[in-house]
Structures are given as C-alpha cells and as structure tokens.
Design a protein around this ligand. Sequence first.
Ligand code: GDP
Ligand code: MG
Length: 163
Amino acid sequence: AKPIVAIVGRPNVGKSTLFNIFANSRISIVEDTPGVTRDRLYATAEWLDHEFMMVDTGGIEIMNADAIAVSIRQQAQIAIKEADVILFVCDARAGITTEDADVARLLRQSKKPIVLAVNKADSPKQEMNTFEFYNLGIGDPIAVSASNHLGLGDLLDAVVAKF
Ligand code: GDP
Ligand code: MG
C-alpha cells in the first residue's frame, strides 16, 4: 500500500492550498473564511520515486472558535491514527498560536514521523519568522510559500525521507 501523508493544522494556514499543489488531481477546496472547508479529501501524489496518498484534514462545518479547537484536535487524532507521516502546517505570519501548540503536543505524544511546514513565508522577512517554530519541539521548521511555490521541493524531500 502507498504511504499515507496527512496534512493537519488549524484553519486558514494553507493546508488545502498545499494539498492542491501536491495532488495529482485538484480536488480539495480552498476557502477564504477560516473554519470553512470540506471533509477529509484524499489524493495520490508523487515525488521523485515515491508515490503516496495525501489526506487534507479539515472540518465540514462552519464553526465557532470553540468548535474549531475541538475539530482541529479531532482531525489531528484521525491523522495520527491513519497516517504514516504527518505534515503539520503552521503560518509564518501568525506565529505560534495556542492551537498550534495544542496540536504539536498531541503530535509529539503520538511518536509518528512529523514534518513541520511553516507556510506563508512569502518573503525573506517572513522566512525569518519561521525560526520561532523550533519552540514547538517537533524538529526543524521548513519555510514554504504555497502561494509563491517556495520551499516545496525541500518540504517533499523531508516528507519522503520519513517513509
Ligand atoms: P486551510 O484552511 O488550512 O485549508 O487553508 P487554505 O488552503 O484554504 O488557505 C487559506 C488562505 O490562505 C487562502 O486565502 C489562501 O489563498 C491563503 N494562502 C495559502 N497559502 C499561502 C501562502 O503561501 N501565502 C499567503 N500569503 N497566503 C496563502
Ligand atoms: Mg482547507
């Protein structure tokens, strides 16, 4: 079976945007409103000699802040259960939020291989903001910009290295 890579993180960090870039078929939905997304979506992806399945986690409902926190945690739990590698996405412009720290704690406890992507590092200045993400305690943050297609090769290298 192909390895499963689950993309987790709080709403609006760019999970679906990354998923759509990596997916062989464009089936995930990007929304501008935080908390609005469709249910888990799967796609095949490939990088170098590796083929894998990708899961875009996310709730189906428009949620209030409390429900979002619960949902992010549930999605992380599903990812921990199903995935071979977890791609945890954060936002360089927002910095570390309490939700990020929450998810990081769950992921650390899971002992699953984790790759930490810090998205929206659109400029060199925003790339500098990614260093604080070392504080999450889950390894080297990889600065990416899904919008500008920066750092995506390095990110996929890190993912397939965990297979
Ligand atoms: P999700 O909720 O985590 O799935 O996030 P989405 O993929 O739906 O993206 C949320 C918003 O962030 C959308 O408006 C995207 O266009 C925007 N976005 C995604 N990646 C980037 C990026 O690298 N840079 C910037 N500036 N915006 C981005
Ligand atoms: Mg989404």
